[in-house]
Design a protein around this ligand. Structure first.
Ligand code: HEM
Ligand code: FES
Length: 349
């Protein structure tokens, strides 16, 4: 079994990633507070700490949101994706320090419980100029808490992949809430061009990169397969274009299928990894198993099952070869179904 099979567990790469992340955060906080003091020497340290943590969380949130599309646009960004969950947990930590500090600092000295005071002190819901922007921050922080608390693979297994994924898609709702929090909270009074440009640039980067990656993903899904034979098999390309052990992704009317040439046969599996829907067609075969490029889950090419003791399985597809052309039947077989794989004539197994 491949050494990189599981996402959880510490290895040198993860430790380096986390060390770089910690250093980056500390450097950002120091730079932010230093530069703010240089421009505004009378600013209170409490305000600067509050802003430093809030803006660090906001910047990290943007980094998290652009990593996904960047890896789809260029595979060289894949190493960033490897530990994205740690970025998410770090972002929650920063946002929690920011929100907690703001709650205690602005609402901690009255008779009302601080969180109740945050939620009820300002009732101007009908006014943009005085909108209680902190409530949007609390809502976003609640979502980030749920995501951070369920970030471990234990929850992925217990909640099931679709529920976990749906929960983590809430990050986009949280992003909108944070944008509202920042726009309504600080930019109303701020005339700082730097702050406005940073905010506008960040939002534009997230929207444009998501749209670009969406277009790349959408195109193959909506391209009609070249031709379908009478028995329903669909031509997907030439066998000679397949490289031993390297995946290729083909689209069959909306379903993405990962094709592999392995030991004289062509096998087809669902492209979606059971872990977090990673693209198996962008993976390779190592030690007889397809290895997901995202976190290293493994599947046997003929049956789509993970090697024991693991129990993940993905659907497989029937394949055949005619005149050098590879055909795949678009109906997926139940996950884990053994297939023979189309035999490549003249290839040594
Ligand atoms: C309990 C939840 C939260 C509360 C009570 C809260 C409170 C505040 C307050 C009072 C400010 C104005 C600070 C000032 O400029 O004087 C602020 C600004 C800000 N908050 Fe929050 N917040 C919360 C959650 C969040 C979250 C979840 C994020 C992002 C992930 C966030 C990001 C920001 C940013 C980027 C600013 C602007 C900082 C700057 O001016 O440089 N906040 N927040
Ligand atoms: S191993 Fe994480 S998505 Fe495949």
């Amino acid at each position: 079994m491949g050494h990189a099979y599981r996402a959880v567990g510490w290895n040198r790469q993860k430790k380096r990633y986390d060390a770089a992340l910690t250093l980056g955060i500390v450097a950002y906080l120091a730079l932010f507070i230093g530069a703010s003091l240089a421009f505004d020497p009378v600013a209170s340290i409490e305000t600067l700490v509050l802003r430093a943590f809030g803006s660090a969380a906001f910047v990290l949130l943007h980094v998290i949101l652009v990593i996904g599309p960047l890896t789809r646009i260029d595979r060289r960004f894949l190493p960033l994706l490897y530990n994205r969950r740690h970025l998410g947990v770090a972002m929650f930590g920063l946002a929690f320090l920011h929100g907690g500090f703001a709650t205690l600092y602005f609402h901690g000295f009255g008779d009302t419980f601080p969180l109740v005071s945050v939620l009820s002190a300002n009732q101007h819901l009908d006014s943009l100029a005085q909108f209680p922007f902190e409530i949007l921050g609390v809502a976003a922080l609640t979502i980030f808490f749920l995501m951070a608390a369920t970030s471990h693979d234990f929850w992925l297994t217990n909640l099931s992949a679709p529920v976990w994924k749906a929960l983590h898609m809430l990050v986009y709702v949280a992003y909108l809430l944070v944008v509202g929090h920042v726009v309504l909270g600080t930019l109303q009074d701020e005339t700082s061009l730097l702050l406005q440009t940073t905010l506008g640039g960040g939002i534009a980067a997230v929207v444009l990169l998501q749209a670009w990656a969406g277009l790349i993903e959408w195109r193959p899904d909506h391209t009609r397969p070249a031709s379908a034979a009478a028995d329903g098999f669909v031509a997907v390309g030439l066998v000679n274009d397949l490289v031993e052990g390297r995946g290729v992704t083909v689209s069959l009317g909306g379903d993405r299928v990962a094709l592999f040439r392995h030991e004289g046969r062509v096998h087809a599996l669902s492209n979606a990894c059971q872990h977090q829907n990673g693209p198996l067609g962008e993976g390779r075969i190592l030690n007889g198993c397809v290895v997901c490029p995202w976190h290293g889950y493994e599947y046997r090419p003929a049956c789509g099952r993970s090697p024991e003791p693991f129990t993940e399985k993905v659907p497989t597809f029937r394949t055949r070869i005619e005149d050098g052309q590879v055909f795949v039947h678009p109906t997926p077989l139940p996950a884990g179904t053994e297939t023979e794989g189309a035999v490549i004539e003249g290839a040594s197994a």
